[in-house]
Design a protein around this ligand. Structure first.
Ligand code: VTB
Length: 333
């Protein structure tokens, strides 16, 4: 897969700790209607844990540019500075509204890769298509129509089109593509937020009922999802979508992308161009959902569920962790 030695496997447990801490911190804010505070709690906890890891880490996907985000900003150096050089992509609370309203599927998410292994995507929209593993390479394509993609997937799966389920963020901007999916007879699951989970769901349709992810969402979330698929398998393509931003925003976004190493904003990215070489991905559930259980608080104990995986070996671990003494370790707000 890679000519490089890959990431040290001990990092698997380290990154799991990082999302566990972020999820517990965010879970204190579940259902309290304050997504900013929920996000801040996750960011603080994630940053604190990252500071304890033996690595020379650099944030490539984070909370924003240095001037707009005090923590986990793009370019921030993290870790004890005595280990491997890694690039870090974070979404400390993916689905802030879901958490604030105690709705399912909010997650704490991180991916780490060897230097240069993650696409440095600006915070803008990306069009995405993803399917799970086990299909011939190239059966779906972001440039093909939703109808052609759905029919090709149904054929490869050996089922009728009506048995395919597509997942998409429910947004007015998706009106046309929603109509195109409906016209095929396929089923459509519209989600409110959280398209990292949406993409990952395609890797286990038997469990999640989702066969394909389509539509636009955040580019940073696209890279995180690509990192996960690189570990589990599956196919994904992405293309930045400046056309979904206002005319006023566009020139700035294009300039920012250039600065981040993307000269052609219309380029189609394959999964491996978004996440390459060895990658470790970890997600811990904040509110329970189809991918992961949420955090449970039981007196002085907290329980978390995490999925952590590594591209080099393709290992996928589900870790249930019990924390003691959370009153002192993870002080309540
Ligand atoms: C998605 C989703 C996020 O933003 O990327 C989405 O994964 C994209 O932006 O959870 P819009 O909300 O503008 O569609 C979130 O929904 C929220 O950050």
């Amino acid at each position: 897969m890679s000519s490089r030695p890959g990431l040290e496997r001990v990092l698997v447990l380290e990154v799991a700790r990082v999302t566990e801490a972020a999820a517990i911190a965010a879970a204190r804010w579940r259902g309290r209607g304050d997504k900013e505070m929920a996000d801040k709690a996750a960011v603080d906890a994630m940053r604190r844990e990252l500071g304890r890891v033996h690595m020379k880490g650099r944030v490539v996907i984070g909370e924003g540019e240095m001037d707009e985000a005090p923590m986990l900003f793009i370019g921030e150096e993290l870790g004890l500075q005595d280990g491997p050089e890694v690039d870090i992509a974070v979404d400390p609370l993916e689905g802030t509204t879901l958490c604030a309203e105690a709705e399912p599927n909010s997650l704490a998410v991180i991916a780490i890769a060897e230097r240069g292994g993650l696409l440095n995507a600006p915070d803008m929209y990306m069009n995405k298509i993803a399917i799970g593993p086990g299909y011939p390479e190239g059966i779906v394509d972001i440039d093909a129509s939703p109808g052609d993609n759905i029919r090709a997937l149904a054929k490869a799966k050996g089922v009728a089109v009506g048995e395919i389920t597509v997942c998409m963020l429910g947004r007015p901007r998706h009106k046309q593509i929603i109509e195109a999916v409906r016209a095929t007879g396929a089923s459509l699951r519209l989600i409110r937020d959280g398209d990292v989970a949406g993409v990952i769901w395609t890797t286990d349709p038997g469990e999640t009922g989702i066969d394909m992810y389509l539509g636009s969402g955040g580019a940073p979330e696209g890279v995180l999802a690509a990192a996960a698929l690189r570990c589990i398998g599956g196919q994904m393509q992405g293309r930045l979508a400046p056309e979904l931003h206002s005319e006023k925003e566009r020139p700035e976004l294009i300039a920012r992308a250039k600065k981040m190493g993307i000269p052609d904003i219309r380029r189609k990215y394959t999964l491996n161009e978004m996440a390459s070489d060895d990658v470790i991905f970890s997600a811990t559930g904040v509110t329970g959902g189809s991918l992961l259980d949420g955090v449970h608080f039981r007196g002085e104990f907290a329980e978390t569920e995490t999925v952590v995986m590594r591209a080099k070996t393709g290992t996928v671990r589900r870790i249930k962790t019990t924390f003691r003494d959370i009153g002192t370790k993870f002080a309540p707000v």
